[in-house]
Write a protein that binds this ligand. Structure first.
Ligand code: DON
Length: 562
């Protein structure tokens, strides 16, 4: 069957669906047991899109593509065509894959582009509006995923096209998000946008995105060229010219995703398969787990002050190293092996005193002798493929710029670069020369899609949004599951804590037990409250062919499967 014939068939079946109904109905499923396949993501309709293509004979890669495309429609806060992400996967034959589709700095970007004439960062420039956007990577990432999938790309885009064309019913959380963003949408956009209507959005309203549907159809028909060349690329460049941005038609055409070997390491006999640079997450996770691995945390217990203190100190040290050493490996030499080395990690903890808070001011990065929106989805299929994807626009709704005529939001990922060495980004993260801006360079990320293997078979497929808190959330997810043996729902929903070296405070999530906080206060820790830390999606393989999927209780996240 030729590709265009398949496309036509898909459009015909879409047409049939269009006659059947208005917006698709959905309910939120927080926990699901499945025997064949499971998908868990930030929105029920996106998880259902993944399940739909699995039911139609697709595998976990098909579902990961369909779910991401659907998220670009029904979860505009973070799902995207105009952002980027990372995929980590394991196949039944043991092949391990990582795909890097992080955004790149445009060709006209330069190191000091967000500084004023006095050399001071102009905060808003890297966060809101056209200049904040990096060259989007998501579509290239999906196309790079497709060789591992089974169904035609157009079939995978079908649920997203249907949702964009017929509209979907928004939740209370989405209505609040869109209303909050209204003034910014109106300020930065050069054309009317689907996200702004007369009056406020309410739960139950229908959001239709015709321009986005047309962009999705171009991608379905032409693949990468439907986005990086031709009409879509031209619309992006025209939007940039109208709004004072710098992404050009050449930047779009030059964008490439890369297929990499995942980062792998052992933790207490389990194999952890996770994202390499330009994610700082895999290295950070290895460092944190390595710093606590030999301590008897299971004897101390979950949320015991001794375990929590140890974990906070591991987090502090890993973030100090992140700020100093990590950046895009195509541009800077990063001493990855040294940073992950067992002896190095035990030396890092040599100045740790149980019962006493360390001071970040006295915990610089280790010495190497040598040269709030993102979204995660996890999928497992009946043949044992496991796929873990984290994708983002960076902040909620990214730069707030919708490409005129193309209907998709652009990221504000440029803020993840170190805009000026030593000046914090929107997550308060510090960076150094290693993460300075350069044309074609990828900004450092914390996204940490992860798969844990037991006896070479997938056991946990997990990841989370949360900016700087992503790595600590993944650290706690793995420790809670593998050391404290909490059940899957508790692993996902237990209140979390976060330390990122600087500022020297521990962020505590709502619901964190007060007695533990008071014990830690007596050791010298300072605290700040956080509404929520992460939105973790987890699939646990509980037995042969048995899956437990848990969607985070912190949002509209939902599981689907069979
Ligand atoms: O790549 C990163 O690390 C950030 N851009 C992620 C942003 C994020 O998780 C926001 N979500 N709450």
């Amino acid at each position: 069957m030729t590709r265009s014939f398949v496309f036509l068939l898909t459009l015909l079946s879409l047409g049939a669906a269009a006659q059947q109904s208005g917006p698709q109905q959905y309910t939120i499923t927080k926990r699901l047991e499945a025997r064949k396949y499971a998908v868990v993501s930030a929105h029920p309709l996106a998880s259902m899109a993944g399940a739909e293509v699995l039911k139609a004979g697709g595998n976990a890669f098909d579902a990961a593509i369909a779910t991401q495309l659907a998220l670009a429609v029904v979860y505009p806060e973070a799902g995207n065509l105009g952002g980027g992400g990372f995929l980590v996967a394991v196949t039944p034959k043991g092949k391990k894959i990582a795909i890097n589709y992080r955004e790149m700095a445009p060709g006209k970007a330069h190191r000091d582009m967000y500084l004023d004439s006095a050399g001071t960062p102009v905060r808003n420039k890297s966060l809101t509006g056209h200049l904040a956007a990096g060259v989007p990577g998501t579509v290239a990432g999906l196309i790079a995923t497709h060789p591992y999938a089974k169904l035609p790309f157009a079939r995978l885009a079908a649920p997203a096209i249907r949702l964009a064309e017929q509209g979907y019913i928004i939740t209370a959380a989405e209505a609040r998000g869109l209303n909050r963003q209204r003034a910014t949408f109106l300020k930065v956009n050069t054309r009317p946008v689907a996200f702004v209507k007369d009056g406020d959005w309410k739960e139950g309203d229908t959001l239709v995105q015709k321009d986005l549907a047309n962009t999705l159809k171009r991608i379905a028909e032409k693949g990468a060229a439907g986005f990086y060349e031709g009409e879509t690329a031209r619309l992006v460049a025209e939007e940039m010219q109208r709004g004072g941005g710098i992404i050009s038609v050449e930047d779009m055409k030059n964008y490439r995703a890369e297929v990499l070997q995942p980062l792998q390491f052992k933790f207490r006999g389990y194999d952890v398969v996770t994202m390499p640079l330009p994610s700082s997450g895999g290295i950070g996770l290895r460092q944190m787990l390595g710093m606590v691995e030999n301590q008897p945390m299971e004897e101390w217990g979950f949320h015991n002050p001794k375990s929590v203190q140890l974990m906070i100190e591991a987090e502090r040290r890993a973030y100090a190293d992140r700020a100093q050493y990590l950046g895009d490996p195509h541009f800077v030499d990063v001493p990855v092996d040294n940073l992950m080395d067992k002896d190095y990690l035990s030396r890092r903890m040599a100045d740790f005193t149980p019962g006493l808070a360390s001071l970040s001011a006295r915990v610089p990065a280790g010495v190497i002798k040598e040269s709030d929106q993102t979204t995660h989805l996890s999928v497992v299929d009946a043949s044992g493929n496991a796929v873990s994807v984290t994708t983002t626009l960076n902040g909620g709704y990214g730069s707030s710029v919708v490409v005129g005529g193309a209907g998709f939001l652009l990221n504000n990922e440029m803020d993840d670069f170190s805009v000026k060495p030593g000046s914090p980004n929107m997550y308060g993260l510090l960076g150094n020369e290693a993460n300075a801006i350069a044309p074609g360079k990828r900004m450092l990320s914390s996204m940490t899609p992860t798969i844990v293997l037991q006896n070479k078979q997938p056991l946990l497929i997990t990841g989370t949004p949360g900016g700087a808190t992503i790595i600590t959330s993944m650290f706690q997810t793995l420790v809670n599951a593998l050391v404290f043996k909490l059940d899957a729902s508790e692993v996902v929903n237990a209140p979390k804590f976060h330390h990122q070296w600087l500022p020297d405070v521990v962020y505590l999530e709502k619901g964190f037990p007060n007695p533990v906080k008071y014990s830690l206060e007596r050791m010298g820790y300072k605290f700040e409250a956080r509404g929520s830390i992460g939105r973790t999606e987890l699939i646990k393989v509980t037995g042969k062919g048995k899956l437990e999927a848990v969607a985070d209780g912190r949002g509209d996240d939902s599981a689907a499967g069979e």
